[in-house]
Design a protein around this ligand. Structure first.
Ligand SMILES: [Zn+2]
Length: 299
């Protein structure tokens, strides 16, 4: 069995890749370990239908194989729902994902925060903040110790710019962003957010808003992506996409980021892209370590 690594950034996939030999989350955890990856984001993206017993099995499996876990909560969460009934259902989905995720040993609950519904960013921000404070309060009362991670969104109609999520993270303890780099690139719509300097600016913004803690507890999504003027169209394998992932990973290394990266790629590239990103990251770290010891010897 492959051993867990001491990499500051732990790589894995979002959901069980096609290559997982059996169905079920436990098999996906074992598969990540066999592949030498360190993280799994459990994709409860349609609904959360899992018993407490299954959660306990997942938790034990994660601990045994040293695979850290996050949850991708259902897509149908919208903190800016426009009717009381829709809002109630959205609340229930997020609460359930957090409660069951916590039982399963997950530390981070990722979700798509919501839609603007053509309202101003300021107005939606206040609504989302109020709702998230309420949800956070309920979870704290129950002792559900997870970080809530609204994700940066790829479509311009979706709430979830980096600035909005950094501000939410400052305003609400227990909330931190899930930074989806493909979404930030797609949302720009013009090919930007795809250079070393722009990736570095993202990490600088995280540090300015959240301090070094923000860089040391990062959770991110990475993948290739297709986009147009309105932002995200769909995910792509790295080798069909324009994402300059080498520059992105170099910035990750240079800013000494710690945390986890969950990779989303269309099959049959899911595992291949996750391993490519992990291997590239490791190589860049080794190169940096070699360069700095060179410099130390010469000085
Ligand atoms: Zn997502």
């Amino acid at each position: 069995m492959a051993q867990s690594t001491s990499d500051p950034v732990r790589f894995g996939t979002v959901g069980s890749p096609q290559t997982t030999p059996r169905s079920g989350t436990l098999a996906a955890i074992e598969h990540m370990r066999d592949l030498g990856m360190d993280h799994l984001e459990i994709a409860w993206v349609h609904s959360v239908r899992v018993s407490d017993e299954t959660c306990a099995t997942i938790k034990t499996g994660g601990q045994k194989h040293a695979i850290t876990l996050s949850i991708h909560a259902p897509y149908y969460i919208n903190l800016n729902s426009q009717t009381a009934e829709l809002m109630r259902k959205s609340d229930e989905r997020l609460l359930l994902a957090a409660r069951k995720g916590f039982l399963a040993g997950a530390t981070d609950i990722v979700f798509h925060p919501g839609s603007y519904h053509n309202q101003s960013s300021d107005l939606v921000y206040e609504r989302v903040k109020e709702k998230l404070l309420e949800i956070r309060g309920i979870l704290d009362d129950e002792g559900v110790d997870v970080t809530l991670r609204p994700e940066t969104m790829g479509k311009v109609a979706a709430f979830g710019t980096l600035d909005e999520l950094l501000q939410l993270s400052r305003d609400i303890p227990g909330v931190l962003p899930c930074i989806d780099f493909a979404h930030l690139h797609a949302r720009a719509g013009d090919g930007s957010m795809n250079s070393y300097d722009e990736f570095a600016a993202i990490f600088k913004a995280v540090k300015a808003a959240l301090g070094n803690d923000g860089l040391h507890t990062l959770h991110a999504h990475m993948s290739g992506i297709a986009y147009g003027p309105r932002g995200e169209k769909h995910h792509l394998p790295l080798n069909e996409a324009d994402l300059r992932y080498r520059d992105l990973l170099q910035a990750l290394v240079d800013f000494d980021v710690h945390g986890s990266v969950a990779v989303e790629a269309p099959e049959p590239f899911h595992v291949a892209d996750a391993l490519t990103l992990q291997a590239t990251y490791r190589r860049l770290r080794q190169q940096k370590a070699a360069t700095s010891s060179d410099t130390a010897e010469k000085s």
